[in-house]
Write a new protein. Structure first.
Length: 445
């Protein structure tokens, strides 16, 4: 028919990209309607690109007859993630849509925690026996291929499913067809226990630069593999939670725009209330030095400057150390090296800010912008010395708190920047007015 546009692969991909970009703004019914309009050629890829929570919401909104198609499209580990994201009352119904073999695999995966290697792994991997020849291994792998999610490495197992070694396809291609697998396999294999935390698994990925890691049980049997895409999702979730905690909030359970209003308020109110109560100690500290302030009112002008500098230096240090701990760049045993490094950094940074503070006071005094009184040199020296002390203390406190939390078994990310700033605010006032008392009031005033 004249004027009819025949769909092309590029047109279909464009529709999927357009839907992906507008997906967050669509309601449940709009999402289902738009998804069902996608050509099947791109709908599969689009569905697989959604995160498990969005997949669960979409499948729950589809007509009964279509749910099985999409549930059976997923590999076992992804299907387990979807079922875990679905409401509890729907979980059994979704499991029932899977074929018996996949259902058993998914049920086994769901027995693990979501944040451990066993919960991330795929139970479908390429395997061969050690007594096979290379030619037999190729034939055996061809039969396995349709059931495998990915083929990065080939694992060599004995009759009890214990891991003996690993092969790459390059190893097989380069070997003569009559050589035995156990003659060419690598026996030194990097493995992870099924209970290893996902952050530690991510560290192993970065350390060894692998595409997949085998997951073994206590008995040494191979249970599955964690692939790069699985750990990438886990790393993103961990980093999101850490950033939210560092910002002084509980981690959100869903994307920002999809978090219910009162749920978000509850996640943030607890931390803010705790920080507010902590900041109330600032007033207590100032009340303790009320006499010093009354004798030299000019001291009060620099309180915001002093406490903000200490809080900022502490926030800097805690953020750097938390990230270093997360990346495995430093470990608990390195605390003294970090302390020595941050002590020197704090003194250097405090000296820089102290010099700027002294220059500022002198410039304002000689420029006629403000009269700090006859003892302005002592005021400048007090502010400069206090900045050195407060910034050094803030840097030390901010760098050591993550180590303390890790030692006590807590997440170092709980050492949020606002928490460190609040801690340093109170102690910074004590340092400031103590220095002022020694220098300004007892020496010159």
């Amino acid at each position: 028919m004249i004027g009819t546009q025949i769909p092309t692969p590029d047109t279909e991909r464009g529709e999927a990209i357009e839907l992906w970009e507008g997906w967050p703004a669509l309601g449940p019914e709009q999402r289902v309607e738009a998804f069902r309009r996608l050509p099947r050629a791109v709908a599969d890829d689009f569905f697989l690109s959604l995160d498990p929570r969005e997949q669960a919401e979409l499948v729950a909104s589809l007509p009964e007859g279509e749910r099985m198609v999409w549930m059976r499209l997923l590999p076992p580990d992804d299907a387990a993630d979807l079922v875990q994201e679905a409401p509890p009352q729907e979980a059994q119904g979704l499991l029932g849509l899977l074929d018996p073999t996949t259902r058993r695999e998914v049920t086994a995966l769901m027995a693990y925690g979501e944040d451990v290697a066993g919960g991330l792994m795929s139970p479908r991997f390429a395997r061969v026996r050690p007594d096979m020849t290379v030619g037999e291994a190729f034939a055996y792998l061809r039969r396995q291929a349709p059931q495998l999610e990915t083929i990065y490495y080939i694992y060599v197992l004995d009759s009890a499913q214990r891991l003996l070694g690993v092969l790459s396809f390059r190893d097989l291609f380069e070997a003569p067809t009559d050589r035995r697998v156990d003659e060419i396999m690598q026996r030194d294999v990097v493995t992870v226990p099924e209970t290893m935390d996902q952050e530690e698994v991510a560290h192993l990925y970065r350390e060894h630069d692998l595409l997949a890691l085998p997951v073994i049980s206590e008995a040494g049997t191979l249970k599955g593999i964690v692939t790069f895409d699985d750990i990438a999702d886990a790393i993103r979730e961990e980093q999101t939670e850490d950033i939210q905690r560092i910002g002084g909030s509980e981690a959100l359970d869903s994307p920002y725009m999809e978090t219910p209003f009162f749920h978000m308020v509850r996640k943030r109110a607890g931390w803010l209330s705790a920080l507010f109560i902590g900041e109330m100690l600032t007033a207590t500290a100032m009340g303790h030095f009320e006499g010093e302030i009354a004798q030299a009112v000019v001291l009060a002008l620099f309180v915001p400057l002093i406490i903000s500098s200490g809080g900022n230096s502490g926030s800097q240090a805690t953020t750097l150390v938390i990230r270093a701990l997360a990346l495995g760049e430093v470990r608990l045993r390195d605390w003294w090296r970090v302390a020595w490094r941050e002590l020197r950094s704090g003194l250097a940074l405090g000296s820089i800010l102290g010099a700027i503070g002294i220059l500022r006071i002198m410039a304002w005094q000689f420029g006629g912008l403000y009269d700090y009184g006859p003892h302005y040199p002592l005021v400048a020296f007090t502010v400069g010395l206090a900045l050195v002390g407060v910034v050094t203390w803030g840097t030390m406190a901010g760098s050591m708190l993550p180590f303390l939390l890790r030692r006590l078994g807590f997440d170092p990310a709980s050492a949020s920047a606002p928490f460190v700033a609040t801690l340093v605010d109170v102690t910074g006032l004590v340092i400031y007015f103590t220095v002022a008392s020694l220098v300004l009031l007892h020496v010159g005033a």
